[in-house]
Design a protein around this ligand. Sequence first.
Ligand SMILES: Cc1cc2nc3c(=O)[nH]c(=O)nc-3n(C[C@H](O)[C@H](O)[C@H](O)COP(=O)(O)OP(=O)(O)OC[C@H]3O[C@@H](n4cnc5c(N)ncnc54)[C@H](O)[C@@H]3O)c2cc1C
Length: 584
Amino acid sequence: MAPARIIDTPVVTNTYDYIVCGGGTAGCVIAGRLAETTTTRILLIEAGPDSKDLATMHMPGDWMGNFDNNKTDWNIVTEPMAGANGRRVKCSRGRFLGGSSGVNGTLCIRGTRQDYDDWGLEGWGGEDVFGYMKKAETFHPSARLKGAAGVHGTEGPLHVASHELAPISERVMESMVEKGLPLCEDMFSTGETAHGCGHVPRTIHRGVRTTAADFVTKGFKRENITIMTDVTVDKIVVESQGDGLRATAVDLVAENGTRSRVGASKEVIVSAGAYCSPAILLRSGIGAKDELEKLGIECVADLPGVGRNLMDHILTFQFYQVTEPGLTYDSQVFHDPQGLAKLRKQYGDTKSGFLSVFPFGAFCFARLDDRLEDCEAWKNAPRKPGRDPMGLAPNQPNIEMWNTELYGGPKQFDSYPIDGSHTFAMCTLLFNSNSRGSVRLASSDPLKNPLVDHNYLDHELDLQVLAEACRYSNEIVMEGVGTKNIVKGSWPPGLKHHTHKTREDWIPHVKNSATTCYHASGTCKMGKSDDPMAVLDEKLRVRGIDGLRVADASVMPIVNNGHTQMATYAIAEKAADLIKADAR
Ligand SMILES: Cc1cc2nc3c(=O)[nH]c(=O)nc-3n(C[C@H](O)[C@H](O)[C@H](O)COP(=O)(O)OP(=O)(O)OC[C@H]3O[C@@H](n4cnc5c(N)ncnc54)[C@H](O)[C@@H]3O)c2cc1C
């Protein structure tokens, strides 16, 4: 984040009906949907720049180009985590109009319907949430992914289509099927399969990434939305009204450090994501009283759940070298020194080629009940009726696995195969971790990132289940019919994970390398009135304060067993309906 000195005192410069704080995935959807009522005036405030001309956002294959840049990445880094051998992990977030929908892996993996039923909150069951996912999208069927009946949308601003697999992915999928994971039609959109492999729809259409910004730009640009970019929300102004409290205005800081205040006559909606939404609430005096007092912030609502319950999905990468050329994209990207320049030209000319895709290939969900039968931590853990020790029902997956279509991943993976080798990774992801983290304020300065502690692998079961997942994905590669004859060994060549046999063999790999899948969530969770850690009620209203809601990935009480963007789109679509209903 660009440092700026705060130099002015606030004055109300303008008043809107609704102020949406954060122009990311949820914020853009909410602003766009509220603006369908043409008499309503909406202000959408985004800390980062406009993304209209941000090539790294529009070109799906250049997603890494957004990272580490103070202008387009929040550069969140976790506190050291004991369960992960004291490591810190970089947790990038999009910082521009469109937010993390503009840097993400484009995967539309909705989770299972059961995930949302498990929230146990009125109006948020699987049927409701899947209906809103459908509303957000326009699905483009293809021969590979025709789309299950009744599941996909045809009118949403988000254009969604399938991916043409690289040859390595066809091989991995063949191996997945042989190793007990049947191919299921459209399984990542129906939400009914916990064990099988399939094709994943992506937020890419005709080579261009589609994002939440599309809800307020292009064909959906509307006169009644004012979009402010390069402006940071400091805090919500909460005033006494009658017997209660009401959010009446928002304090802002511009890039040059100038402060201002804008008024909200109806509602303020905080949509700054799972790291920044709790930070805005805390700066506004909404959070655990004792923690706020230590920072010199007056507490207006003592809500101890703000910033707690931080969840994510952790994943590991294990790389393999393959003997046959032409299966992966490595030759196009790493072997030819002019490769990337040629690919950029191809993309510029025709929106095609490697940079027009997100190079993740075959995907599967898996249940691990049988494989964990001999695991002491699994056997001895308490379980609720009908649930496994991770709290999952038989219709929910324990893990997800997929392959990359060349060497790559987060920037710590830098053993690029420039020597002419061909490589890919298996990625293994853990669902429903027991470990929980937190977001706290480092100070009341709105230009400082909050302290994020993901607390990964704090729980023995998380470690054991993810180690078993790695073992399974290694068996798929080393024993599966599609891949067993083309794998030369581990990559880089000194490593020996391709020879690992037991769960124990994989434990060090998990502790040393498990990283974020960027699914931060849960830090302003919804809940019932008897849950003291719930920040919001079922209508996303901040408890004890009128005219203030939170709507983004932070509201999930339990993170879905999928990826989080479609869940976030659904939350935002539903938030807009709730707000509109209350305005009547
Ligand atoms: C690298 C990466 C890869 C991912 N891959 C996938 C994937 O393939 N599939 C999938 O389903 N999910 C994926 N995700 C997760 C998914 O994108 C997020 O869960 C989702 O986009 C979160 O939406 P949000 O609205 O909660 O937050 P965001 O989209 O992050 O929006 C928050 C917005 O608020 C702005 N903001 C924050 N603080 C302030 C402030 N104080 N003032 C003003 N503005 C502020 C931010 O700049 C941002 O624009 C990925 C995420 C990342 C980062």
